[in-house]
Design a protein around this ligand. Structure first.
Ligand code: FES
Length: 352
């Protein structure tokens, strides 16, 4: 074997010692020290202004503004929110680093390695060092830094909290009744096919057929893409035709169907996937997400899977020309459950 690979170790490694201490320029020049203090304070002082800018952009910059730059196409509001929030966080970091480098005490300390125990003496020593560190941070004397930092850190919470408003309106009882619990279905609204918006004629539906549908008035929202998406997420339906002799129609729902044509929400009551896997012989509708299965021949009760509530049924009838129309909105909120939801009106297996 070549001896080139042999390495000679000496144990223990000699203590290299601490290099000679070099004074920082801020320690020898009072003007430089004040300049450093002002730099740090400027970093912290700019943070509330940026946080304020973030809030102004959030509330007042139109969401339709866009930025096109070097192949980048982005919503201007998102770009500015990111820039302002990011620069504010960066300035807190830069200010803290400069504070530690230039202003805090510059005393070098060497510490012997020792077993990691927590004796009383160690704890007292650690406490003493911490107090010494606090003293060396010079906060009691550098009031400007302390004050600006106290304003800077809480002000960063605002950019973090304000975007929570995008999660939707505050869910008080009135808001729930007007939003989550309501869809754009109402009496007389025609059932139309998804995408092509053709009215659905009862006599055109064959037994065993399933049609994906929407309310005709969804088209009124074509110029409001966000509002349309929200409305559609709640109002999507499936319409199925079954042989009335093979299904259970409770007394309370006998006027909700037309010769075995029934209409249900397309939104799974588990966590809201759209459903339309229909097995017409068993009348079962299967959700592809977690396999909840609903019996459309028995008012949409759950026969399998994690969903806890029956599929909401839309009461329907026909207009004078035989086209299907809603009798009303859904009688219970569609989609997944939420904490405040009242489940007393949900259909239970065996209800009449
Ligand atoms: S969303 Fe339908 S089973 Fe989970």
């Amino acid at each position: 074997m070549s001896s080139d690979l042999e390495v000679t170790h000496t144990h223990p490694v000699p203590d290299p010692g601490i290099p000679e201490h070099v004074e920082r320029w801020v320690d020898v020049d009072p003007d430089a020290s004040r300049r450093a203090e002002r730099q740090v304070a400027a970093c912290f002082g700019a943070v509330p202004l940026l946080a304020l800018g973030f809030i102004v952009v959030y509330f007042f910059m139109p969401k339709t503004w866009a930025v096109d730059f070097a192949g980048l196409h982005a919503q201007a509001q998102n770009l500015w929110l990111g820039l302002l929030g990011g620069v504010a966080t960066l300035l807190v970091g830069i200010g803290a680093v400069q504070w530690a480098r230039l202003i805090m005490g510059d005393h070098e300390i060497s510490e012997e390695r020792h077993p990691a125990g927590s004796t009383t003496a160690d704890r007292d020593e650690a406490l003493g060092e911490m107090n010494e560190g606090i003293a060396q941070s010079d906060l009691p004397r550098r009031k400007l830094i302390g004050t600006t930092l106290k304003i800077a850190l809480p002000s960063l919470a605002l950019p973090a909290l304000i975007p929570l408003l995008d999660m939707g309106p505050w869910p008080g009882p009135g808001t729930i009744a007007a939003t989550l619990a309501k869809t754009i279905w109402s009496e007389g609204v025609h059932l139309v096919t998804d995408v092509t918006y053709k009215r659905i004629k009862a006599s055109d539906m064959a037994v065993g057929e399933l049609v994906n549908g929407v309310p005709e008035n969804i088209q009124d929202l074509n110029n409001d893409p966000a509002g349309r998406a929200v409305a559609l997420a709640k109002a999507a339906i499936i319409v199925v035709r079954m042989d009335p002799a093979t299904i259970k129609i409770p007394q309370s729902r006998k006027d909700w169907q037309v010769d075995g044509i029934l209409c249900y929400s397309k939104i799974c009551t588990h966590v809201g996937c759209p459903i339309s896997l229909w097995e017409h012989q068993t009348h079962h509708l299967l959700c592809p997400c977690h396999q909840s299965t609903f019996d459309l021949g028995n008012s949409g009760v759950v026969v399998f899977g994690p969903a806890a509530r029956s599929l909401p049924q839309l009461p329907i009838t026909t207009d004078s020309q035989g086209y299907l129309v809603a009798r009303s909105d859904f009688t219970v909120p569609v989609g997944p459950s939420y904490f405040e939801r009242d489940s007393t009106h949900d259909y239970q297996n065996g209800d009449n």
